[in-house]
Design a protein around this ligand. Structure first.
Ligand code: KG4
Ligand code: ZN
Length: 350
């Protein structure tokens, strides 16, 4: 059977200018963006549900889906209006189809399918992780592969060798928790609000690195990561004080944890650079907003003659502009055309 909109999709491959409407709803941010030629963000609207989920200490999937549903039509209108683009002028509709929460993803996917069908524009299915990588293309107009990518989000922690826009080789990944997950759990045990990463980042600035929390040594020889051991050490440390009803310095815990985790991320990235011969490391994902990671990685890279790239803050965490950028490079590579029975994928290989 012929693929849905195959001819229209093929025509886009060589079209000079591409204007893409992108939708992201994989977790607790509903986002719509219009991006031109993979680098120029014409509009980027995000409705964050952080305040809604905060009182539950984390994302409640069902509540996330309902809120995506309530927000998405308005965001679509806003994204077109602030881009100054008419729906007929769009070349394609891009949407995150995984990884993420199934119910949340389905809201974005179904809305995108409706648009694709009504506007007769190809539907492009985007891997969320590829979107995070592309957040650097909109942040750094001159950045091009090849480079090494350190992917650090709430769902992933990985090192990838990227030799072209759509050529990814996985060098190492976490064997247990993602680093963002570890930040969020440590924050929770310290009684900090959700999402914990930015809270730890802030609190650590007031603390001392005086508690010995270490990242598991068992993966030392590899480029894989493990963060569940250090997370458990922090939880045990806090519980011991709680049981004795004694006080401890939360800022010192945050600082000591953050130091150990960022050392590990920097050390393995530098090692991966040496092993692959790459000269640039590109950080992607929400934990890329971490100030200690940014300063340590930049300093170490400078010492070694490497370059470190971080996405600008608003593109670190989930947004649709990064999905629109990734979609541009999918189309140029002739990949990503999706059928109208596209469905959500809660997990996808990197
Ligand atoms: O990429 P992202 O928005 O969503 C996923 O695709 O997972 O990442 C969210 C993660 C959360 O775990 C959050 O706590 C973490 O990124 N995060 C941070 C900081 N800002 C966000 N972690 C450490 N320091 C930060 N400043
Ligand atoms: Zn994300």
């Amino acid at each position: 059977m012929k693929k849905y909109m195959l001819n229209e999709f093929n025509e886009l491959k060589n079209k000079e200018n591409l204007t893409i409407l992108a939708i992201e709803s994989s977790c607790d941010e509903t986002a719509v963006s219009v991006v031109r030629n993979g680098r120029e963000v014409l509009s980027n609207v995000v409705a964050s549900q952080i305040e809604i989920h905060r009182r539950f200490g984390g994302v409640v999937p069902e509540i996330a889906s309902r809120n995506h549903l309530m927000a998405i039509s308005n965001l679509y209108e806003q994204a077109l209006k602030s881009a100054g683009v008419k729906a007929e002028e769009l070349d394609a509709i891009a949407v995150t189809y995984g990884a993420g929460l199934v119910g949340a993803l389905l809201v974005g996917i179904n809305f995108a399918k409706g648009l694709s069908y009504a506007l007769k524009k190809p539907l492009i299915a985007i891997n969320h992780v590829h979107g995070h990588i592309a957040s650097n293309y909109i942040s750094h107009p001159d950045l091009k592969p090849p480079f090494l990518c350190l992917m650090v989000s709430g769902g992933h922690t990985a090192l990838l060798k990227i030799t072209d826009y759509n050529k990814f080789k996985l060098l190492g990944t976490t064997v247990d928790d993602a680093v963002g997950e570890a930040f969020d759990k440590v924050a929770r045990v310290l009684g900090l609000p959700y999402p914990g990463g930015p809270e730890i980042d802030k609190l650590a600035k007031e603390g001392k690195n005086n508690i010995k929390f270490t990242v598991s040594n068992s993966l030392h020889a590899t480029l894989n990561f493990s963060f569940s051991g250090i997370k458990t050490s922090v939880i045990n440390y806090v519980h011991k004080f709680d049981q004795k009803k004694e006080d401890f310095c939360k800022a010192d815990v945050a600082r000591s944890f953050e130091e150990a985790v960022t050392d590990e991320l920097v050390e393995k990235s530098i090692r991966a650079m040496r092993l692959t011969g790459m000269k640039k490391v590109v950080i992607a994902g929400g934990v890329g907003a971490n100030s200690m990671l940014k300063s340590k990685m930049s300093k170490k890279c400078k010492e070694k003659g490497f370059e470190a790239y971080f996405p600008v803050l608003k593109y670190c965490t989930d947004n649709a502009a990064m999905i629109g950028s990734a979609a541009y490079y999918y189309i140029r590579s002739g990949i990503g055309l999706a059928p109208l029975d596209l469905t959500a994928r809660p997990s996808i290989d990197l």
